[in-house]
Design a protein around this ligand. Sequence first.
Ligand code: FES
Ligand SMILES: [Fe+2]
Length: 272
Amino acid sequence: MTEHDVLAPYSGSAIPHVGTYRRVLPVTLERMYENALDWAHLPHIHASSFASIECVDAGAWGWRANVTDANGRGSVIELQLDKTLRRWITRNLEGSSQGSEIWTHAFAVDARRVDINVDFFVPGVPAAAREKVGQAYARAYTTLYDEDVAMMVERQRQIDRRINTGGETVVDVGSEEALTAALAGTDPVEVHYRGRSFRLATLGGKWFTYPAVCPHQLGPLGSSEMVEGIVRCPWHGYAFDVASGDCVNGHSCRLDNRPSVVVKAGRILLEP
Ligand code: FES
Ligand SMILES: [Fe+2]
């Protein structure tokens, strides 16, 4: 048997094929492409696999980045997306897995399901050990996709959600006394304003709201703890100052379009 006998059917790669991972995910092709191009989520959503990432180049073609894994090992990874072929190839250009390639093909089963076929190509593995190496890759990919699917499904849910801009302009969310008690030493309280969900918080005696959905890519900002007036989104780590609305770690993104809080006769009111 030559090395080429074990190549996957889709591959033009000359590197030995060690295994395949296949799975149907409850998402659209659009979400899958978006996820493939989204290098920034790696150390956040996949914190058990990646410690940090520094992007060198990125575009609609894909991205190249310096990556440090959870064990502190560095590598240069490049991902190339080809939507015409419904495929992206991830290559390890430098580092401990240098030369390995991961080819992912995605097929839309229907409008909301995608069948992915992930082929692993690893150089320098003796034929007898390939199956075991392939299984290790498949296990790692199970974890990665378990983590990704939660993110993609939640993002789709937020996109599908019809934003109701109607409703009352001034909303009474409760008495100051009751809300102060509810906030004492706990997470911000959930409130709703014109069909959208916000968190109500106090800081230095002043009341604020901030959106439960992140302005970056609709991540679950409201699920994060507020620490000294800062909330950090779990998807890409954007951190926002809830008082000013500014992003405090260098991204051009703000907490806009949130109601102001007015205290009137002991009641907490949300206003435009
Ligand atoms: S969705 Fe990207 S940082 Fe919140
Ligand atoms: Fe991911």
